[in-house]
Write a protein that binds this ligand. Structure first.
Ligand code: TXA
Ligand code: MG
Length: 359
């Protein structure tokens, strides 16, 4: 355990000065970005990167994103900046877009998980932006959660996961977006989307032309990790990320059918993830509204926090409604499916299967 100092982002001068000191002396700082909180260390310091993996409990072959304060800062970190990368930086930076490029010799292998490529991002959160312009080094930062758990979008959740494991935590309250940055890989033959986020594939394509989608992030493939005929008790832990402790199922179908099925199966230790418009349809269990259907951004904003709230409530199973995959919905469903380990089921199928198990 190390002593963790906590400073408010509003106490800007002090927070920036301490952040700089900690980073340049090889320490770790949890800081807010517009997407989720990050767990930062000096990206050029191999031992800082090793500390990040240790603090997170993350396998060291999973590369870190390197955060910068300007496009100028990217130059020494990469072999070259291709035209398409320049165009994307112009269009979306600062903002929730991570771009993967071939790395230069300056970036240690520890930071890139042994890869010859580096993920780069220039965040727009005012604290992150000021920090990166002031701290004197690029900052390697994964999401500020213990490995496998939902990313942190509230200060209290950062504290829960990282107090005693990092030198400094910057408290900026809730972060605005709530799901991690869009990731595009520009190192292959064609630009490829590796993770959906607030910036959509259509927006990327409008700037650089066609963008492929990595098959690993297609919903049907996440679902296929699970044998669809397996019983609800199947743990499927292997494929879980962003995961609450309880087993989780996404229940699809007409809203009334979903509510009816869930009402039949739920008890007081069941978590139900719904939206403002549907809350009243549920009768029992721990019912959380993640946001409003009229504002998909509100759903992204609250998603990880709700998953963590279910943990605090000690629920043993979570049923979630499914959501539209339009715009930010692609990112929402990607995180939700991962959190559920690919467990998605039609309402009537769930009912049938559960009654078979019970017999
Ligand atoms: O919004 C975000 O991107 C947040 C904030 C803190 O910036 N960061 C974040 O980092 O989500 P992390 O480490 O939780 O997720 C980064 C993802 C991982 O899935 C990692 O495997 C992938 O990016 N990644 C990083 N570098 C890569 C590379 N060179 N090639 C392929 N994937 C890479
Ligand atoms: Mg993460």
């Amino acid at each position: 355990m190390i002593r963790t100092e906590i400073l408010k982002a509003e106490d800007l001068d002090r927070a920036l000065a301490r952040t700089r000191e900690v980073l340049l002396s090889g320490g770790l700082v949890a800081f807010p970005t517009e997407t989720v909180y990050g767990l930062g260390g000096n990206a050029l310091d191999a031992s800082a990167s090793r500390k990040i993996y240790a603090a997170k409990g993350r396998p060291s072959d999973n590369p870190l994103i390197v955060h910068v304060g300007s496009v100028e800062d990217v130059k020494p970190l990469v072999r070259e900046i291709p035209e398409k990368a320049k165009a994307l930086m112009d269009a979306f930076w600062p903002g929730p877009l991570t771009i993967i490029l071939p790395k230069s010799g300056l970036v240690p292998m520890e930071t890139t998980g042994g890869l010859q490529t580096v993920a780069l991002r220039m965040p727009s959160h005012p604290f992150a932006n000021a920090m990166l312009r002031n701290c004197g080094c690029p900052v390697a930062a994964p999401s500020a959660n213990r490995s496998g758990r939902p990313s942190t979008t509230r200060f209290s959740h950062v504290l829960e996961d990282l107090q005693g494991r990092v030198d400094l935590i910057i408290d900026a309250g809730d972060v605005p977006i709530g799901v991690e940055s869009t990731i595009i890989d520009l190192t292959g033959e064609a630009p490829t989307l590796l993770r959906p986020g607030k910036i959509t594939i259509e927006e990327l394509a409008s700037v650089i032309g066609p963008v492929l989608t990595d098959p690993a992030i297609l919903s049907e493939n996440i679902i296929a990790h699970k044998e669809l005929v397996s019983r609800p008790k199947a743990p499927g832990m292997k494929y879980r990320h962003y995961a609450p402790r309880a087993e989780m199922w996404i229940v699809s179908g007409e809203t009334e059918d979903v509510a009816e099925t869930v009402n039949e199966l739920a008890d007081e230790r069941t978590g139900i993830l719904t939206v403002d418009e549907h809350q009243d349809l549920y009768r029992c269990g721990k019912i959380l509204s993640v946001g409003s259907l009229r504002s998909p951004m509100s759903i992204a904003h609250n998603l990880f926090a709700c998953l963590r709230d279910f943990d605090t409530m000690g629920v043993t199973r979570i049923y979630s409604e499914d959501f539209s995959e339009a715009d930010i919905g692609t990112a929402i469903m990607n995180r939700l499916l991962k959190a559920a380990g690919g467990n998605e089921v039609q309402a009537e199928e769930l009912l049938k299967r559960t009654s078979e198990t019970d017999r």
